[in-house]
Design a protein around this ligand. Structure first.
Ligand code: ZN
Length: 501
């Protein structure tokens, strides 16, 4: 191929991506293999790779090439290959060059110290220890929003990094339509006084058996172990090293086999999205994820809509009883109710399918208030606890189990939380469409066959990479804009099954 501005642009984009994947493998190694004393050297390696990647991504030559490409007639179809790649490389480039390097460096420096202060503050439940650092992070993020630019709300400038083209105005509308019905549903479940027998899930389950069962389930739903692997880490994650190499991790607790299994299904969902990109687009936007919300829709679909379904366990419950003899006297119905329990708690990462979204909505609202200076940092713990009581009917006994529980803000990840609920919303909306398109979908799950769903996801979502924005994709695939209705219908059906309300 002759060296046109477009081919040169792609070559450069791929180099920046290659450096990013070097960083990914260093990170994977750090979380799964590296001895503790290697941390200092690893930090230096990562800093160098990050600097090289940033230099490449902001090279003025990229700006020249983009300008040449944008005036070419190969851009006629806005959703064609070239137009997609140019548009998305432009998006990343414009954002990167708007940020002064002094601000980027300041954020990198502050986030290391803020993270440390946050970890200490959480340990001793001492908000005052973290609040000066949170103030610094918030100020940097406000400056970042000002540099990037926004129409109505600084939140939009930060959200755009994770959820391109999404706006807080749209999220407020969709989340508001979710909040009241969800608060009502969770309250209605609590008022029955009925409990699902969740103690079943704490029965001893040998780790070797959990490992084998998890691998079996991951393979069955479609995680390709020839193009990936599964290891152990403190916090489960998925990382895309590159074509043919997508890795997931989990952790094991003998008294919580569900934690590991559902995290395996979750991370497999992320990984199968990455494994579904077309190899010819590797390293370009057409071979990359649209947004965190769409990524999360893939993990939540396999974790919750498949992994907690009657059909899935119709196939797997007999096997689970063989793997875990402590389940021998448990009925299918009790097991199903246990894995689908709704129990308000303080901690987001431990939350069930229904209450989880209320944890997210609370953070979304607080972030907006902080960024818009409607809430002072000193008032944050009080605002947090008030919302917890209002939405979930519980008040955290201390800030460690309240506003200090999440790592995100210490690292500057404002605008991130919303993508978790977006993932749940997209997952339900896509899944309803998949069931409509493939009426035998759940019958095939009950027979242990998950290939029809994966094929549907590959065709409708994975293969497109970033060709469509998230909003455009959901409209194209399901015929409607993002809506809270499918998730609410799903959660109400579960409440009826598990609690009879
Ligand atoms: Zn996830």
């Amino acid at each position: 191929m002759s060296n046109t501005p477009y081919t040169e642009l792609l070559t450069r984009a791929k180099e920046a991506w290659l450096l990013g994947t070097v960083s990914s493998i260093l990170h994977w190694d750090q979380e799964t293999q590296m001895p503790p004393n290697g941390a200092g050297h690893r930090a230096n390696q990562q800093a160098l790779v990050a600097r090289l990647a940033h230099e490449r991504a902001t090279d003025p030559r990229i700006g020249d090439l983009l300008a040449s490409c944008e005036s070419s007639r190969d851009m006629a179809d806005p959703e064609g290959d070239q137009a997609t790649n140019v548009r998305e490389i432009r998006r990343a480039y414009s954002r990167a060059i708007k940020l002064p390097s002094a601000l980027v460096e300041e954020m990198a420096r502050v986030s290391v110290l803020a993270h440390q202060a946050w970890a200490e503050a959480r340990k001793s439940s001492d908000f005052a220890h973290f609040s000066p650092w949170l103030a610094k992070v918030l100020k940097i993020k406000q400056e970042e929003a000002a540099c990037v630019g926004y129409k109505d709300n600084p939140y939009d400038a930060l959200l755009d990094e994770y959820e391109p083209d999404e706006t807080s105005a749209n999220l407020v509308k969709v989340f508001e339509s979710l909040r009241a019905p969800l608060v009502e549903l969770v309250g209605r479940i609590a008022s029955t006084g009925r409990r699902a027998p969740t103690e079943i899930l704490e029965r001893p389950a040998p780790i070797a058996a959990q490992q084998e069962f998890g691998c079996m389930a991951a393979r069955a739903i479609g995680f390709d172990f020839n193009a990936g692997r599964m290891d152990v880490s403190v916090h489960p994650f998925c990382t895309d090293i590159g074509p043919g190499d997508v890795r997931i991790t989990t952790r094991y607790d003998e008294k919580a086999f569900g934690d590991s299994l559902f995290s395996v299904l979750h991370e497999s969902g992320h990984a199968m999205y990455e494994q579904g990109f077309l190899p010819e687009h590797a390293g370009t936007p057409l071979g990359q994820a649209i947004s965190l919300g769409i990524h999360e829709s893939q993990s939540r679909m396999w974790e919750n809509l498949v992994g907690r379904s009657r059909a899935f366990w119709t196939h797997y419950f007999p096997t689970a009883r063989q793997f875990f003899p402590s389940l021998a006297d448990v009925s299918f119905d009790d097991f199903y109710r246990a894995i689908n329990a709704t129990e308000p708690g303080y901690i987001r990462v431990d939350a069930d399918e229904a209450t989880y979204n209320l944890h997210v909505l609370l953070r979304f609202e607080i972030e907006q208030a902080l960024l818009n200076k409607d809430l002072s940092i000193a008032d944050l713990p009080g605002a947090w606890n008030e919302k917890m009581q209002k939405y979930l009917g519980v008040t955290p006994p201390d800030d460690a189990r309240g506003c200090l529980q999440d790592v995100h803000w210490s690292g500057g990840a404002f605008g991130y939380f919303a993508t978790y609920t977006l993932g749940n919303l997209y997952a339900c909306q896509f899944f309803d469409q998949a069931k409509h398109d493939i009426p035998t979908l759940e019958t095939s799950f009950a027979a242990g066959d998950f290939a029809p769903l994966l094929k549907w996801l590959r065709t409708n979502i994975h293969q497109h990479g970033r060709r469509f924005s998230a909003g455009r994709l959901v409209k194209k695939v399901t015929g409607s804009a993002l809506s809270s209705a499918p998730l609410l219908t799903h959660l109400r059906r579960k409440a009826l099954e598990v609690y009879g309300v």
